[in-house]
Design a protein around this ligand. Structure first.
Ligand code: SAM
Length: 265
């Protein structure tokens, strides 16, 4: 009766359903859900991971955009009265509203077409989040864990590493899904820092700086920040202005942003 109605996977919702039980178990083991956790799953789909998560944490909340999946999930998990489904676009959802008196734990095999904006959206709720475990395109996980000076290092990696401890966990091959995606996937764990180890005085300025720094990767630092600070005396920068921005560590970006914030005043 479990498969009473299996709708076709929808491309526009980034639907690739997990079918590999070993991978599902490995993901849930990595999450290690507890009964009292405020667990939130983004994009439960047909409930492949949800089923095992609910077994450990019956009060799970799921956020799903595809309304055709809602009755399937409700039926499948009818024996879990505390299971809640929010029919909403996760990109617009206020995750902070689920935190209450304790932080939430966010998990999901994310729709790959919206994963980057979704990660930035979730960073906005980092104060209400204990940790996040996601399945992403492997290339995106490579960007999240990238070190300075590597090709994968960019705005996404710097900003996520600024706010979170990032850990790549394990790869997942295309055959683990139906339909099989054209790309490799991987699991990543993000744990928001209670306070960033290197704190920016002005986080908006840090964001703008990182954005311009990676807009033209081949420019020197001096030329990259010119659009933001046309009258800047590059000799005064706390770092060598002849460096390529992509060689700066997160700490150095913060150091630079904090110097620039003194000029703003
Ligand atoms: N968790 C399921 C699994 O592993 O088999 C499904 C994963 S599938 C890659 C992504 C899921 O996210 C789909 O169920 C899709 O409908 C849902 N989804 C897509 N866009 C969404 C959005 N903006 N907000 C919430 N869910 C979304």
């Amino acid at each position: 009766m479990d498969n009473f109605f299996q709708p076709k996977a929808r491309k526009r919702f980034g639907q690739n359903f997990l079918v590999d039980e070993n991978i599902i178990e490995r993901i849930v083991r990595a999450i290690a859900p507890r009964e009292t956790d405020r667990l939130v799953e983004i994009g439960p789909g047909q409930g492949a991971i949800t089923a095992l998560l609910l077994h450990h944490c019956p009060g799970l909340t799921a956020v799903e955009l595809d309304r055709d999946l809602i009755p399937i999930l409700k039926f499948k998990f009818r024996d879990y009265p505390d299971f809640r489904i929010v029919e909403q676009d996760a990109l617009k959802f206020d995750f902070g509203s689920l935190a209450g008196d304790g932080p939430i734990r966010v998990v999901g095999n994310l729709p790959y077409n919206i994963s980057t904006p979704l990660l930035f959206h979730l960073l906005g709720f980092r104060g209400a989040v204990r940790d996040m475990h996601f399945m992403l395109q492997k290339e995106v996980v490579d960007r999240l864990i990238a070190a300075p000076g590597t090709r994968a290092y960019g705005r996404l990696g710097v900003m996520v590493q600024y706010h979170c401890k990032v850990q790549g966990l394990f790869p997942v091959p295309p055959q683990s899904f139906r339909p099989a995606p054209k790309v490799d996937s991987a699991i990543v764990r993000l744990v928001p820092h209670p306070t960033p180890p290197y704190a920016a005085v002005d986080e908006n300025l840090l964001q703008r700086l990182v954005q311009v720094a990676f807009q033209q990767r081949r420019k020197t630092l001096r030329n990259a920040i010119k659009p933001l600070y046309p009258d800047l005396d590059a000799a005064q920068l706390p770092l060598d202005a002849g460096r390529r921005p992509e060689t700066l560590s997160v700490q150095e970006f913060v150091q630079l942003a904090n110097y620039l914030s003194t000029l703003d005043q």
